[in-house]
Design a protein around this ligand. Structure first.
Ligand code: NDP
Length: 240
């Protein structure tokens, strides 16, 4: 039987490319989304992949949503924590709400989804968790104390949970994308974007499919000896 994968924030951007890459690998894929019904409908019509709505930042909603997926589709073997938002601003201008929303969704979402999916993976002695971090969680970024803290937290979360999952056949890894040409980056002013691209050694933004292929590998049987690692996919922008 095909393994079942769930991709949070899977209906557009990087998440959509991940859903399509995992489906192409033969997995049964389910996407989650927050509330953009139009995008979700178009996604399901075009890909044939079902989309389930819940807020990854809300613990009870996540537990209920994942239970529904397991009843309707099957036990979840692969979890891709991709859902994320930005609420940028310098510390002086950032509200507590902007801080809290980003921490709740970007980092809290990983905790909530892992709480729902990890126990079953452990019981079945096989699982893959791939968390989408960010170059800005590794290197920091002006105007993003909330986002950088949450993404940096994802990298710590990954290494800690990897230690808990290792002896149960559950690997936990992160991908740290650089700048990828999705709607999230389209929101960056053009002048700022030009400066960003000038700092990327390969001289261009990344494509969502380039992140998706890395996720597909880390989700595969072949990646069983890789756990607790962060794969940077950033065109050489940040090396360490
Ligand atoms: P997009 O803004 O294009 O898409 C975000 C997706 O997340 C949508 O499907 C959205 O659902 C969903 N989402 C947002 N909030 C929630 C929530 N509370 N609960 C469930 N789903 C939610 O993002 P990208 O594709 O650009 O980014 C994907 C991930 O990659 C994010 O974690 C981002 O931080 C990370 N990343 C992106 C980079 C980039 O350059 N684009 C660089 C580095 C990291 P809906 O459509 O319903 O709103």
């Amino acid at each position: 039987m095909a393994r079942v994968a769930i991709v949070t924030g899977g209906t557009r951007g990087i998440g959509r490319a991940i859903c399509e890459a995992l489906k192409a690998e033969g997995l049964t894929v389910v996407a989650n989304y927050a509330g953009n019904e139009e995008k979700a409908r178009a996604f399901t019509d075009e890909t044939g992949i079902p989309a389930y709505r819940w807020d990854v930042g809300e613990h009870e909603e996540v537990l209920e949503g994942c239970k529904r997926v397991e009843q309707e589709v099957g036990p979840i073997d692969v979890l891709v924590n991709n859902a994320g938002i930005t609420r940028d601003g310098t510390l002086l201008k950032m509200s507590f709400q902007d801080w809290y929303d980003v921490m709740r969704i970007n980092l809290g979402g990983c905790f909530n989804m892992a709480k729902a999916c990890f126990p079953g993976m452990k019981d079945r002695s096989w699982g893959r968790i791939v968390n989408i971090g960010s170059i800005n969680g590794q290197a920091g970024q002006y105007g993003q104390v909330n986002y950088a803290a949450a993404k940096s937290g994802i990298h710590g979360f990954t290494k800690a949970l990897a230690q808990e999952g290792a002896r149960f056949g559950v690997t936990v890894n992160a991908i740290a994308p650089g700048y990828i040409d999705t709607e999230m980056v389209a929101a960056v002013p053009e002048a700022v974007l030009e400066k960003i691209v000038a700092r990327i050694p390969v001289g261009r933004l990344g494509h969502a499919e380039e992140i998706a292929r890395a996720v597909a590998f880390l989700s595969s049987e072949d990646a069983g000896f890789i756990t607790g690692s962060t794969m940077s996919v950033n065109g050489g922008q940040h090396m360490y």
